[in-house]
Design a protein around this ligand. Structure first.
Ligand SMILES: Nc1ncnc2c1ncn2[C@@H]1O[C@H](COP(=O)(O)OP(=O)(O)OP(=O)(O)O)[C@@H](O)[C@H]1O
Ligand SMILES: [Mg+2]
Length: 288
């Protein structure tokens, strides 16, 4: 069955396939959901998709890591991807960002309005160039897009947004781990990507720095309106940041859950805890 769910960010209704978890959420949260079933033939919303996976599989030898994945992500959505270690999360991001090719299926990635493939990826390690100063490291994200004075101006502007304007002429080695990750975020965002893929970008940070980075990421995402695909092991982080969480298990999407909560969200609120419970049930087998 399909239902029409209210997308809080875009303020539009859109049809989604109703999972058992979604049905339970609808029944326990009247008001967040439109109380009628959509006809099967109803078209998806008219907004463009940032990307679509159609029957995507990825095998390594005889091991099927991703198995016939269908996934449509509307432009501007913040989606989190959760799953046990080795379930294929990084593989999914590598396919999305063109670093790997599917074994079968069709992957359509929208290249954004400027016709360039502005998809960027950020990893758990900042991967900065140790021999280049901070501003120069950020300019790496503009390779082929801008250079010289223009690149420097863009680099300084985004460094300002991540709170590091005064560190532009320093070496990466003198920054803290959290600051280096902010430089990596600036480098990923300096070209204003259409899609930003994040592979556990906050995984190595301490708890307080991590919460600060979550706020920073959320506020820049709200300003720049890119499509964010966040792989994380942290269920609390996923429900705090994302519009939608998918859980991957045995190569398939085991749960596709909308997070229809207003922002800013409060860590530890009962609504977030309830959604976290649903995700944990899927991961560890507490659901029907
Ligand atoms: N290039 C490769 N060649 C062979 N096997 C691979 C390759 N890349 C990934 N795999 C396998 O695919 C599976 C999924 O790997 P992937 O890195 O996507 O997992 P993950 O969900 O990101 O795990 P983690 O949470 O530990 O980062 C693993 O079993 C891994 O060994
Ligand atoms: Mg991984």
């Amino acid at each position: 069955m399909s239902v029409i769910a209210l997308d809080q960010k875009a303020k539009v209704a859109r049809p989604v396939k109703e999972t058992a978890e979604a049905r339970a959420l609808r029944e326990t949260s009247p008001g967040q959901w439109f109380p009628y079933a959509a006809p099967q033939t109803q078209e998806r919303d008219t907004r463009e998709n940032a990307f679509s996976f159609r029957g995507i599989s990825r095998k390594f030898g005889d091991k099927t890591v991703l198995d016939n994945i269908d996934l449509d992500v509307p432009a501007g959505q913040f989606i989190a991807v959760i799953g046990k270690s080795g379930c294929g999360k990084s593989t999914l991001l590598r396919l999305l960002t063109g670093l790997d090719k599917p074994t079968s299926g069709t992957l359509t990635v929208n290249k954004g309005t400027e016709g360039e493939n502005r998809t960027r990826i950020m990893f758990q390690e900042p991967r900065l160039l140790p021999w280049a100063k901070i501003a120069k490291n950020v300019e790496v994200g503009l390779t082929g897009i801008a250079k010289g004075k223009e690149a420097r101006e863009k680099s300084l502007a985004i460094l300002d947004e991540v709170g590091l304007a005064d560190r532009a002429e320093e070496w990466p080695s003198v920054l803290s781990g959290g600051q280096r990750q902010r430089v990596a975020l600036a480098r990923a965002l300096v070209a204003h990507p259409y899609i930003l893929a994040l592979d556990e970008p906050l995984g190595a940070l301490d708890a307080l720095t991590r919460i600060e980075m979550q706020h920073l990421l959320e506020s820049i995402w709200q300003q720049q309106a890119f499509t964010a695909v966040l792989v994380t092991h942290d269920v609390a982080e996923a429900v705090a940041l994302a519009d939608r969480v998918i859980v991957i298990d045995h190569g398939r999407i085991a749960l596709d859950l909308d997070i229809p909560l207003e922002r800013p969200r409060r860590h530890g609120s009962p609504e977030l805890a309830r959604l976290e419970g649903k995700i944990l049930d899927t991961l560890f087998g507490g659901t029907d």
